[in-house]
Ligand binder design. Sequence first.
Ligand SMILES: [Fe+2]
Ligand SMILES: [Fe+2]
Length: 250
Amino acid sequence: MIKSEYGAWVGEFVAERERRAALGDPDWEKGARLPAEIVRSIQKFQVGEDGDGSALSGKADLAGDPVYSDAVRLFIAEEQNHARMLKLLLAAGGAETLDGHWSDAAFVRIRRLLGLRVELLVLMIAEVVALGYYQALRDGADDPLTAEVAGRILADEERHVPFHCLRLREGLAGLPRPARRAVTAGWRGLLAGAAGLVAVDHGPALRTLGVGRGAFVAQTLRSSAWMARAMSGGPVPAPTGAGAGAGAGV
Ligand SMILES: [Fe+2]
Ligand SMILES: [Fe+2]
């Protein structure tokens, strides 16, 4: 069994939780200067972070590996912490959160119908788009508090991707090779579509951050090449705390 690999992930998530507790929160009191287009953009991502994982833990339990279930719960806690930090960032900039974005409600409803493998493939699309978004926010925001929050979230997302790749590699391992290739090629096609939708929806914010729409989509697709290889049987980076991997490589 590959339980021990998830054991390393549980260790990584727990170590990160302790590191986070020792570090404490960003200094919300210093406030944030958020242009209107950045507020609108962060509000939508805040809703998405809040929804992450709600459909996942039950399916993880059904997979029958309690170590994996533990790791998934720790992963979900990180996503909820992202939603919490984005809410506080918005508040520091004098902005509210949204009650719920229609696209997110639809996303959650669809995900409830899926099995664990497809659920993870869908979740991975959100994770990879998020990687590009938080990188743009960290590197392009003028506001120091925004850059700090984006940097913290980005570091978590970079760990989430190899964690999901590991489970997906196991989940796809029973398929013949051409079928695995078709799944990962289809996944990258859907990723390109999702990145395109986000690039249009968040275009004004991305422009403020210095990232063009086309560049956002191209970078998202480029970053996904190693993930597709990992899912279809290639190497998956180990948790960095375990000493074997060098991070997500994006
Ligand atoms: Fe997240
Ligand atoms: Fe994530």
